[in-house]
Design a protein around this ligand. Structure first.
Ligand code: IMO
Ligand code: MG
Length: 424
């Protein structure tokens, strides 16, 4: 995994696969780490020397002192960015315009987007993170969005804010008066625009120079394939394209610059928020057991994550959509003590077997998983660094995943610390 020019790390399930740890680990071998979609709905957890860091906007490579880029496909909440940069600096991780570069094309999340998120949630019931992500992307495509370059021109910004409020204020008037909202936006702008300005560059030009000069780049996706707005479990998705195909659009880099695509799958499945989840565990006790062992609480919202069995229908689909070259399996240790273990190999609808994730909402909600069972393990497997030293049942579980996903697993993560990794 050291041998790459550019490498993409994508999630193959519904997010929270452990991308933060993997990107942090791999970033040792890279020069630049790039976010290309999503916003501060992401929560990338990295543990260094038993200390936990949760990053929302700044790429996880910052903890390895790498240069970091927030590409044009990301939606940026200036307040969240300001807070995250200040927090990182306050704990001794230096973030400055020398190591963080922000695209002038990226769109800005403003307070009215967060209010709109709350309003829409009432009728849509998607279980969003309430960070204003969906409404901000909606504005981008409706051509009423405000980009970072607009944000930095005060007149342009104020003109656009007023136009947006004319359109949106009637929808959110239950939350705040228009004057108060405008005042809040202007006050925040005064503080954040000067702060952000030195970080803003043409990140596409920067990345082309970086890559053509032979430096190594990792693209860090947020969310996961099943949350992709085009290919996920629509409408229970996020509003961007976490899949590898999101990179050219979200960075401005031509297709030829993307070389290697690494997929991350957790050893079981979780999802936060609403939406279909065929392999969700129905027994309350087991669901809670797995949630506790996996510390499955949302890194962004603190919500308990829904837990389920490994779903090879989902992962096979994600491998196909992303064109995965290498697979990394995470959190294998968290399955300790569960007997038996189950892996979903297909879905059943009425009496028909389905091997692909269905596109129909009706089917997504009504398919029944078909499982194979295999023996569990009681041993503590954290700390093991050689595949051969794993208990037989663990190896069998890994091999079954490989069999049903049709791909070899190159790396297994079994613990929160970055050295708790097995290479194969
Ligand atoms: P990382 O990068 C898990 C989910 C939300 C909700 C849906 C839409 O940590 O894997 P949004 O606020 O994006 O409009 O919400 O997407 N969601 C995530 N779930 N991990 C994430 O990011 C997520 N980002 C969004 O819970 O169901
Ligand atoms: Mg998350």
């Amino acid at each position: 995994m050291k041998n790459f020019k550019t490498l993409v790390v994508v999630g193959l399930q519904w997010g929270d696969e452990g991308k933060g740890k993997v990107v942090h680990y791999l970033s040792r071998n890279a020069d630049y780490i790039v976010r290309y979609q999503g916003g501060n709905n992401a929560g990338h957890t990295v543990v260094v020397n038993e200390k936990e860091y949760i990053l929302h906007l700044v790429p996880a490579g910052i903890l390895e002192n790498k240069k970091c880029v927030i590409g044009n496909g990301v939606v940026i909440d200036p307040e969240a960015l300001y807070n995250e940069i200040n927090w990182l600096n306050s704990i001794g991780i230096k973030v400055s315009p020398k190591n963080l570069f922000i695209s002038n094309h990226a769109h800005v999340i403003l307070p009215y987007h967060r209010f709109l998120d709350a309003v829409r949630e009432k009728t849509q019931n998607i279980g969003t993170t309430q960070k204003g992500i969906g409404p901000c992307y909606a504005d981008k495509y409706a051509r009423s969005g405000i980009r970072i370059c607009d944000y930095l021109e005060k007149d342009t910004f104020l003109d656009l804010v007023n136009k947006n409020l004319d359109e949106k204020y009637p929808l959110i008037k239950e939350f705040i008066s228009r004057d108060e909202l405008l005042k809040k936006i202007i006050n925040q702008h005064r503080l954040y625009s000067n702060f952000i300005k030195p970080f803003v560059v043409d990140t596409t030009d920067l990345l082309i120079k970086v890559i053509t000069s032979g430096k190594k780049v990792i693209f860090e996706s947020a969310q996961g394939t099943m949350l992709d707005v085009d290919f996920g479990s629509y409408p229970y998705v996020t509003s961007s394209n976490p899949i590898a195909g999101g990179i050219p659009i979200g960075t401005g880099l031509a297709l030829k610059y993307v070389n290697k695509i690494v997929g991350i799958a957790k050893s079981y499945t979780t999802r936060v928020g609403e939406g279909p989840f065929p392999t969700e565990i129905k027994q309350q006790k087991l669901q809670e057991f797995l949630r506790t062992q996996g510390k499955e609480y949302g890194a962004t919202t603190g919500r308990p994550r829904r837990c389920g069995w490994f779903d090879s229908v989902v992962v096979r689909y994600a491998i196909k959509i992303n064109g995965i070259d290498e697979l990394i399996l995470t959190k294998l240790d968290c399955l300790k003590g569960i007997e038996p273990l189950k892996i979903c190999i297909a879905y059943k609808y009425k009496s028909k077997l389905l091997y692909d994730f269905p596109v129909s909402r009706k089917l997504q909600h009504s398919v029944k998983p078909v499982y194979i069972k295999t023996g569990g393990f009681k041993e503590n497997i954290r700390g093991i660094t050689k595949y051969d030293q794993l208990p037989n049942n663990v190896k069998k579980y890994v091999q079954l995943i490989e069999k049903y996903c049709g791909i070899k697993i190159n790396m297994i993560s079994l613990g929160r610390d970055r050295n708790e990794i097995i290479f194969r």
